[in-house]
Design a protein. Sequence first.
Length: 413
Amino acid sequence: MFDMAEALEVHMGTFRNVSKSEPCPICGKPDWCCFLSPADPSYPGQELFICRRENDPQITSPINGKTYFFKKELRDNSSLYSVTETNDMDKKSESEYCYQSSISNKDCTRVQKQAADYGIPPLGNEQLDKVYRSFLGLLQLHKKHYKMLAKDGWSHELIKASGIRSLSLRKTYNASKGYFTDELERNIICKELLKKFETLTGVPGFYQDESGQWTFSRKPGMLIPVYDQNGMLYRLKLRSDQPDFDDNGKEKNKYKNFSSFYSTKDENGGLMNAFRNGSRAGSQIGIYYNPVSDASMICYITEGEKKAIVANYILKTIVISLPGVNSFSKLLTEEVGEENIIDFLKKIWCSSIVIAYDSDKYINKAVMRCEKKLVELLKNEGFNLYIAYWNPGFGKGLDDVLIVGIRPELIPA
């Protein structure tokens, strides 16, 4: 469940759970999320939304097509959204947002709103690529994670090529704390990185602890690389060893961003990141493509990095991973100094796109709505479009069917 205590502290009001008849407008799912009707007069007649799956700054709803805006991340990693771009947080005085003394009042409105919402802005992709590759080079893929991937049908060659590593470090007894912790291992890794790089500020997942020592996320699991259109490793996705479970015992919320951000308040009530010098990763598009060996005339779009890694390895063509089926608008988003994904595809002479969403779209109307909107977006850009079809009995995702040797049928959209 989401952190009700914190939500009530921030916005008093009444809550109701999402359902099949009234799914979450942010992620489109019928469970786990909820609606909040705040009693706060700053939100007259307005409803807020707590989503446990998405955390993008801006989301196009798969349910109603409206745009929803991120407001706050709660302690359990759920996200508070509103249908309005500004609220009482945005209207607070500059002094309330200026919790960093190095920022002038003149620059406060422009800079501090971003810092409060995202933490310290991430470094450029080229810099992150160097840090993350060095970081993964200091990690191994543990036997238990190797077995998990092998059980999913991954070959030894695929596992090796994937670049996946384990965030599962050796624990030692800390006498001062009275329990076993992997803090020493994390500190050693950070010291090795700092020998190469002056600082880890602006690297999502890394932050400084109470003593000023650099460290990183404690959550154990598998780290999956996420690449941009230039092949830069600019984000990491964590496949958690400790996912949540729904009422039926099914795993949920398995994949998390490798991030060092949590929105809180300072002693004066101003917004700040609880992780010192931490940075928010955000949900990003992943592009899996080797321009030397892979075909560029056709591109597959799917949801999830693991699916994209498998598809790229087997199909030998460019594969794009969306962080969510309703995040297709990111294809047109231009990062600082970068072209958007659509322009990139056109530049490499990609003429055809295959949409390969999971087969549960046939029973999940929200996923099917997202697919239709993605088709519309891509048709307007002039691509030849196809829908990947396979018998759902062979597997839910594109990776499932490719692993067992089945190629999906490509149906013109």
